[in-house]
Design a protein around this ligand. Structure first.
Ligand code: NA7
Length: 541
């Protein structure tokens, strides 16, 4: 990369969002550059290459909806796609649409400063300076891994590795492995490695509710039926709340008889998928504690049926609400029937320290380990922006702007950060990410198209040189208040997880998502466009 580069749009990040943003903005005829700190495309799926990494959105939806021809022809073998298949798919899209020419890797954005006088961003990267009229941040939702603070961690003589920084050269066969973290990531990696390691110990803080994913090969007939109804499928997904292609019912749990309830839970358990279990049997599991407890009882019953050792089963059974990101698995509880797999309740018996040879618990028990895996999650959304020096109008930094918690109008734009857009930023819909990302990028493209047109129209009359589009403070505050209001009554608010930033010690939990549903969000976006980009100012100098 030359020391100074001038482009019209800079896309930061080359994952699902960055690839589509690069495509969409280059379709407008803009000079676009896309950079990523990673060595290649993939975003989340570039980094999260731990054993067993799999999307838990069904394969037919874990792709772009806009390439209709590709939807019909691109192969997928199973109901869920594993990480290498997702990377292969994204590479295929990039090659097919000749997007690599816009992309450069191992280029990290360090800071970005808006210059009002020339109407553009000056972005300092690890490889030089890029000037861009538009800055489109596609930094991902879960990109900053978090590590636990445990005394003695630096003394461990074995290998320590975070799942989001996996190294393919790590040798697991026949090793004694300890793992911290049993969220989506932890349960995937444990299920994958249990058969090959000598010992696997899960140091578990909160047990999790998980249901079968329904993974397995797809038949030709199934594929044919999906292909023949793809338009209808996407129409339903884009109009739904969670965007997972599942029925979203309103039936109330306690209005069903105990037998009907059992049958309804059994049906979604058999079909598979975490979101199906949470939203397709009954419509009130996430808002009614009594209903929620019925689902909890059902899953606890399954754990008792699956796990033969009552000690392990007791540790694996959650007692709190079923109100975190719903998990699904390909045989997670089953691995605890293996003699080489154990679960340790570190709430009852905390880790006292990591030593040279392994982990010591508070009761003095010592576990010899060769490898410690951290599946301990991420500093979600905000965490991606905190290390960056993003400075908007009048020297406002993003950290100052978000001192009371991260906000963005429509999840997309911040007041005083002109011509800057966020994809999967704070307060975007809590729904299946690919269709959320597509919706955001299509809206951002519409904003930029409008801004460009306004600028060019005026330029021909010799009136202006620059354009800047940004959310008003009122619009951003209003959106944030709406997000707070929408999450009221949700049981998700009563559990601690990354969804509210509650996994970061010392951070005040905030509403990081719009809980109004994908369909309503898309209707809102269309309304904003129809209403002459309500809530945005177009500043022409
Ligand atoms: P999650 O869902 O944030 O899970 C992190 C796990 O790590 C969870 O089990 C945590 O326990 C555990 N954790 C975190 N810190 C510690 C410490 N200090 N000690 C012990 N255990 C700890 O991250 P994932 O990567 O699994 O999933 C993130 C998202 O990726 C997921 O929701 C999907 O959207 C895809 P806790 O439950 O907090 O007690």
């Amino acid at each position: 990369m030359p020391k100074e580069v001038f482009v019209e749009a800079l896309v930061v990040g080359a994952g699902f969002g960055g690839i589509y943003a690069t495509y969409s903005l280059s379709q407008l005829g803009l000079h676009v550059k896309c950079i990523d700190a990673a060595g290649d495309i993939g975003g989340t799926w570039y980094w999260n290459k731990y054993p067993g990494a799999m999307s838990d959105t069904e394969s037919y939806l874990y792709r772009y909806s806009w390439d209709k021809d590709d939807l019909q022809t691109y192969p997928w073998a199973n109901h869920y796609v594993y990480q290498p298949e997702i990377l292969e798919y994204l590479r295929h899209i990039v090659e097919k649409h000749d997007l690599r020419k816009h992309m450069e890797f191992k280029v990290e954005m360090k800071s970005a400063t808006w210059d009002d006088k020339v109407g553009r961003w000056g972005v300092i990267t690890s490889k030089g300076l890029i000037f861009a009229r538009y800055l489109v941040n596609c930094l991902g939702v879960l990109a900053q891994p978090t590590y636990p603070e445990i005394s003695g961690i630096e003394t461990f003589s074995g290998r320590m590795i975070h799942t989001a920084r996996w190294d393919d050269t790590i040798e697991l066969v026949g090793k004694k492995v300890g793992i911290l973290g049993n969220g989506s990531t932890g349960i995937q990696v444990m299920t994958a490695i249990a058969p090959i390691v000598a010992e696997l110990k899960s140091y578990q803080r909160h047990p999790q509710y998980s249901v079968p994913s329904g993974q397995g090969p797809v038949s030709r007939e199934y594929r044919r039926s999906i292909n023949s109804s793809y338009d209808e499928i996407w129409k339903n997904v884009l109009g739904s709340a969670v965007g997972f292609g599942i029925p979203e019912v309103s039936r109330k749990t306690m209005e069903a008889t105990p037998e009907e309830r059992q049958a309804a839970f059994q049906e979604v358990w058999d079909r598979g998928n975490g979101f199906r279990f949470m939203f397709s049997a009954f419509g009130d599991l996430t808002v009614d504690e009594i209903a929620n407890e019925e689902a909890c009882k059902f899953i606890r019953g399954k754990i008792d049926e699956i796990v033969t050792d009552p000690r392990k089963a007791a540790i694996l059974k959650p007692t709190d609400l079923y109100a975190r990101r719903p998990l699904c698995d390909t045989g997670y509880y089953q691995i605890f029937n293996r003699e080489n797999v154990d679960v340790i309740d570190i709430k009852a018996n905390p880790i006292s320290r990591i030593t040279e040879h392994g982990i010591t618990l508070s009761n003095g028990e010592q576990h010899k380990l060769d490898i410690i895996i951290f599946a301990t999650g991420f500093d979600a959304i905000e965490g991606n922006y905190q290390p960056l020096g993003i400075c908007g109008r009048n020297g406002t930094t993003i950290q100052e702007h978000w001192k009371n918690g991260p906000t963005a109008y429509g999840g997309i734009s911040c007041a005083n950060f002109p011509n800057m857009f966020l994809v999967s930023g704070p307060q975007a819909p809590f729904a299946n990410f690919p269709p959320v990302i597509e919706s955001e990028i299509e809206f951002i493209t519409a904003c930029i198209e409008h801004a460009e047109k306004s600028m060019h129209d005026q330029q021909t009359e010799g009136k202006v040189r620059h354009v800047a589009i940004e959310a008003t403070e009122d619009a951003e505050t209003g959106w944030s208040a709406l997000c707070d209001q929408l999450v009221e009554g949700s049981l998700f608010k009563k559990t601690s997880s990354w969804i509210f930033g509650a996994n970061i010690p010392g951070r005040k939990p905030t509403t990081n998502f719009y809980f109004g549903g994908l369909g309503s969000y898309r209707t809102w976006l269309q309304g904003v466009i129809a209403d002459s980009f309500r809530g945005f100012t177009f500043w022409l100098d």
